[in-house]
Design a protein around this ligand. Sequence first.
Ligand code: COA
Length: 258
Amino acid sequence: MSESELIQVSESGGVMEISIQRPDRKNALTHAMYAAMNAALVTAEQTPATRVVLITGTADCFTAGNDMVDFLSNPPEGREAPVMCFLRQLVEMKKPVVAAVNGAAVGVGTTMLLHCDLVYVARSAKLQMPFASLGLCPEAASSMLLPMIMGHQRAAELLLLGTTISGEEAVRLGIANQLAEDAEYLLLAREKALQLAAQPAAAVRMTKQLLKAPYLDQLKSHMQVEGDLFFQRLSSPEAKEAMSAFMEKRKPDFSSFS
Ligand code: COA
């Protein structure tokens, strides 16, 4: 299976479902997978019959975020890196995007949810943004959107300590709309996506645009600033130690870095 085939796209009832299918790697996202997700979003935006996009993972998880091997061996560079193109396209989407989240949702697995319109989480969901723990910095405008959603201290706990939160906490903190049992979360998300697809499409697009208009420009420029710093951090000794430690299944040692 080629890497881009790890992103499966289907269409039904006006809903494009984008499914991340790499369970042996906890759905970690490679450059090729970001490119495939970006292409699917562009197609959704350009296809009149598509009213809504639904993003989901596999039976045991949403996504473990950036693929560490890919990131170490072939670090993304510059604003045209597939991850940046995907995030920009997600931010720019005029059509509504729904997410169905279960199991691990790490890094971009959580930050992409901040750009979705409706988010449904399973009881098993474990959301985490361990950017600082990995020697990196926040991405996808999370350092702007999280304090807006939940206040500085709660956002700081998630971003500085990389604290993992449950699906229930994600709802309480305002990152997700509704919790469902593991057998139900995808059905619930699909039901809501179909409901949204039946709404008047132009009014839905206009409403989404109005919801985001007050802060969209700031969001895009903040995301760019974060992205540039994130790429710089990837080659930092701290990040190299953190990612090598993950691959070698050991605890990282940051004591020699100041
Ligand atoms: N990149 C590359 N490989 C990854 C990965 C990632 N982000 N996440 C998981 N994998 C791999 C593991 O190395 C492991 O490979 P192996 O079978 O060859 O040992 C396999 O996927 C299964 O992962 P494992 O850690 O054994 O599963 P788990 O259920 O115990 O834990 C996670 C799941 C997602 C909590 C854990 O894998 C994790 O923390 N991953 C890293 C997440 C991360 O930091 N992402 C980057 C954010 S910028």
